[in-house]
Ligand binder design. Structure first.
Ligand code: DI6
Ligand code: FE
Length: 411
């Protein structure tokens, strides 16, 4: 596979005769511009707005695309995935359909540990090869930025291999990949049940090793009864802070351990899942500016019945992102468009919340709002051009892809 040229497109580009949903903050709704144009120089937007108001100098000598009245949104952003993994767990899915309980599946060698085993057996190149089709599926629907977590390696060598594979994806495709170290995800078999000793290993050995190589853009943890306690996660977060890395958290997915408040206390970029988050958690997140990342794929796949408190998030002004949570155990989902439909249908998000959740708010959840996520001057020319009549179609359909073209950094 030839490595992509990761530089921005050179020169001046113009997309005209477009309907824009700029998703800019502080403007009404989707920031719609009916007869719009976008100009980009060297891959950065220099103008996005009404075509009639565009400085005429920008049209001269520009490579011009007539969008023929199509809708243009910011390129979509999947801000929570475990895209790098080996094999799949379709066998467990069959066992569960046949009535097996989670414990029975685990005793038969299933669960996260089976994915750890598969990942440890795979080379970095094999991981890249297995992950590219999933990345390509996301990109085919207009995704221009994707976050990828580690967490199936669970020792320094294998976590490093996962994150290097994620960096390889960034080199091999015209897409921005952001990496997150998720060492405190599950207990590996060699830890022999000693969670505290494993957390020490993560905080004092694995994380510093990963950080020294610059392999992680952020640090995540799984705060849950079946995973790690708030106190254990705090030890990992303290080290992340000391290393200057931002944090995010799998919080309150299956029970309320007050993960949302823990995340807020550390100024986390996002807290994710949040089905069991209470009002104090929502208030703390609002105060800290921590984004709530809603993951309907996992809710659907594990047949959870408790919904995240979307009403409380709105009431307290917590920003909401929407992501696939692509992973082999609880969300084998590679469609961000279908994810938006689920967020609307299962949790009652509006079309505007779904579109903001996969653009502006997803960028915020990655600490990238200055670079992408809206159609505004100064940001990367990351665009999705759609064959639709109204933006709601992006949320309404199930399993149909109306993407006309995807532009990443102007190309
Ligand atoms: N929450 C989840 O739902 C997944 N990880 C996490 O932190 C489960 C991952 C898996 O089962 O492989
Ligand atoms: Fe996850």
């Amino acid at each position: 596979m030839a490595a992509q040229n990761k530089s921005r497109a050179g020169g001046l580009h113009l997309w005209r005769n477009a309907r824009l949903a700029t998703m800019a903050e502080g403007v009404a709704g989707l920031g719609i511009v009916d007869k719009g144009a976008i100009a980009a120089r060297d891959g950065l937007i220099v103008y996005a707005g009404p075509e009639a108001d565009m400085p005429s100098a920008l049209a001269q000598g520009a490579a011009t695309t007539d969008c023929e009245g199509r809708w243009v949104t910011p390129g979509l952003i999947d801000c929570h995935t475990h895209l790098v993994h080996a094999g799949n767990r379709a066998n467990e899915f069959e066992m569960r359909l046949a009535g097996a309980t989670y414990e029975e599946v685990a005793r038969a060698g299933g669960g996260i540990v089976s994915s750890v085993k598969s990942l440890r057996a795979a080379s970095e190149d094999e991981l890249v090869a297995q992950t590219l089709p999933r990345l390509d599926a996301l990109m085919a629907e207009g995704v221009t930025t994707v976050e990828v977590k580690s967490g199936y390696g669970l020792d320094l060598g294998n976590e490093r291999k996962s994150l290097r594979a994620a960096r390889q994806l960034d080199k091999q495709r015209p897409v921005t990949v952001r990496t997150t170290f998720l060492g405190a995800h599950a207990l590996p078999p060699e830890a022999k049940g000693d969670k505290d000793a494993f957390v020490d290993l993560v905080a004092n050995t694995i994380l510093p090793g990963i950080a020294a190589e610059g392999l992680a853009d952020a640090v995540d943890g799984f705060c849950e009864g079946i995973a790690f306690s708030p106190e254990q996660i705090a030890r990992v977060f303290d080290k992340a802070k000391a290393l200057g890395l931002p944090v995010k958290l799998h919080a309150d997915q299956l029970s309320n351990l007050h993960g949302a408040e823990l995340a807020a206390r550390y100024g986390a970029l996002s807290a994710d899942h949040l089905e069991y988050t209470d009002e104090a958690g929502a208030a703390a997140m609002a105060k800290a500016g921590t984004v709530a990342t809603i993951l309907p794929g996992a809710y659907y796949f594990i047949r959870e019945t408790r919904k995240p408190p979307v009403g409380l998030f709105r009431q307290h002004g917590v920003k909401m992102a929407v992501a696939t949570d692509n992973n082999p155990g609880t969300s084998p989902l590679t469609s961000l468009l279908l994810t938006m439909n689920m967020a609307a249908t299962l949790f009652g998000l509006t079309v505007e919340e779904c579109l903001a959740g996969t653009t502006r708010e997803a960028a915020r959840a990655l600490g990238l709002l200055g670079q992408t996520g809206t159609l505004e001057a100064g940001k990367s020319a990351d665009l999705a051009i759609w064959d639709i009549e109204r933006p709601a179609e992006l949320v309404y359909r199930m399993g149909f892809n109306p993407l006309h073209a995807r532009i990443w950094r102007g190309q």
